[in-house]
Design a protein around this ligand. Structure first.
Ligand SMILES: [Zn+2]
Length: 317
């Protein structure tokens, strides 16, 4: 049973305690108010030399340490030395039983030293305002981070991620996706919206497996039912194929459904019609590591009488 964290902040202090049933278990093992010696996390000895005999830690004292300066004003005192020691220990293969948050702390400090501090002008400008070129809607799947795949730098992409990268229609009402769209389009005035789908999407599989007409209380099923139009068109076009192939089809089809749903938002439709906002689809296949990109064209008087068309389809490999 995971230890409990109890925190309160009277008089600027942080109090941490562990439950008594499993004092040496979980990420807060040892934070019991008793002196810290050597203890184990996942079976590895973790010798906390610097925190031995530590009791309750004053939050204010942490924030006042010069090492934790947050402004891009100068090299933080002692940061390089700490990183050097840590990196040296890692390179030597010493097992310090570091938990996952120690790893994150290391990565953050590496980011601060190698990215933030070396691009202070950029980050100083970002601290004043953001003018992203893209509004990105991507899946919450942990394997498909848009910044990793497309290299977005901080400030470039206003991003919302949800299950199956779906955009509900305007009539659906408030959602975190529609709120993000409203801010990105009306306040930030992004010139491009890019919806990114991906291979082996669990949300699309849930959509394709969903029993029609079932009265489910699942949040997932309620959410992915936004893409039921894509499922119907998939079944019509690819119903004879295997379930996996139908999902591959639906993963793309649902992106187009979401692109059309974008046009149900009056302030998006107006900007697209005026030519100040463009709508794009993307599909990241992490099995073969390819990326497809296309553009939704929307205007009156197309040759076939439709208002929509897909153009500029390209495959990046
Ligand atoms: Zn997904």
């Amino acid at each position: 049973m995971a230890a409990l964290l109890r925190a309160s902040l009277p008089s600027g202090q942080l109090f941490i305690s562990a439950s008594s049933d499993s004092p040496a278990d979980g990420p807060f093992a040892g934070l019991s108010g008793k002196p810290l010696g050597a203890f184990k996390i996942d079976g590895s000895p973790l010798k906390m030399a610097r925190t031995r005999n530590a009791r309750l830690t004053k939050l204010g004292s942490i924030e006042r340490k010069p090492t934790f300066k947050t402004e891009a004003s100068e090299e933080p005192y002692g940061l390089n030395r700490q990183l050097t020691e840590y990196e040296k220990q890692r390179l030597e293969g010493k097992d310090f039983g570091l938990d996952i948050f120690e790893e994150l702390k290391f990565r953050f400090r590496k980011f601060k030293r190698e990215t933030y501090m070396k691009n202070m002008v950029h980050y100083r400008n970002l601290s004043q305002r953001q003018t992203p070129k893209f509004m990105v809607i991507a899946c919450a799947d942990s394997r498909v981070c848009p910044s990793d795949v497309l290299g977005f730098r901080p400030g470039e992409a206003f991003t919302v991620r949800n299950v199956a990268n779906l955009v509900p229609p305007f009539q659906h009402g408030a959602s975190e996706t529609s709120a993000a769209l409203e801010f990105a389009v009306n306040s930030l005035e992004v010139p491009c919206i890019l919806i990114i789908g991906h291979s082996r999407c669990g949300g699309i599989q849930a959509l394709m497996r969903m029993k029609v007409g079932s009265d489910s209380r699942s949040f997932i099923k309620d959410w992915v039912s936004i893409g039921k139009g894509a499922r119907l068109s998939t079944e019509a076009a690819a119903g004879s194929l295997s379930f996996d192939m139908q999902c591959r089809h639906c993963e793309r089809e649902s992106i187009n459904g979401s692109l059309l749903n974008l046009l149900t938002y009056p302030w998006i439709e107006k900007r697209v019609r005026e030519g100040t906002l463009s709508l794009h689809g993307g599909y990241y296949d992490f099995v073969n590591c390819t990326f497809e990109k296309w553009t939704l064209v929307y205007r009156e008087g197309m040759e076939d009488g439709s208002k929509y068309d897909i153009k500029e389809h390209s495959l990046w490999s």
